[in-house]
Write a protein of this length. Structure first.
Length: 116
């Protein structure tokens, strides 16, 4: 089974860019659907973006379309979330999620803070 491991969070200013990485530990992401979720302070976890390894199709939340891009490496071991034009509303703990039915695997999360 795969264990997602996130990295790349930090403190940035409005308008800055940041790239998050999700590394596969214990397995590759081949065959999985890998996505990013986030949990803003005091709110519930919400979907951000997902990538289907077979075929490479992607989906995005409306709130990040045009600003965030999910991608993968050919070695099937890392998924990225490129975040541009960051806003204070993007402040959250970002979690990587990998799904291979019927199993779900979550990373430990990485904090992204966007200052005004």
């Amino acid at each position: 089974q795969v264990q997602p491991v996130e990295s790349g969070g930090g403190l940035v200013q409005t308008g800055d860019s940041l790239r998050l990485s999700c590394a596969a530990s214990g397995d590759t992401f081949s065959g999985y659907t890998v996505g990013w979720f986030r949990q803003p302070p005091g709110k519930e976890r919400e979907f951000v973006a997902a990538l289907r390894w077979s075929g490479g199709s992607t989906t995005y939340a409306e709130s990040v379309k045009g600003r965030f891009t999910i991608s993968r490496d050919n070695a099937k071991t890392t998924v990225y979330l490129q975040m541009n034009s960051l806003k204070p509303d993007d402040t959250a703990v970002y979690y990587c999620h990998a799904r291979l039915f019927p199993n779900d695997y979550w990373g430990q999360g990485t904090q992204v803070t966007v200052s005004p």
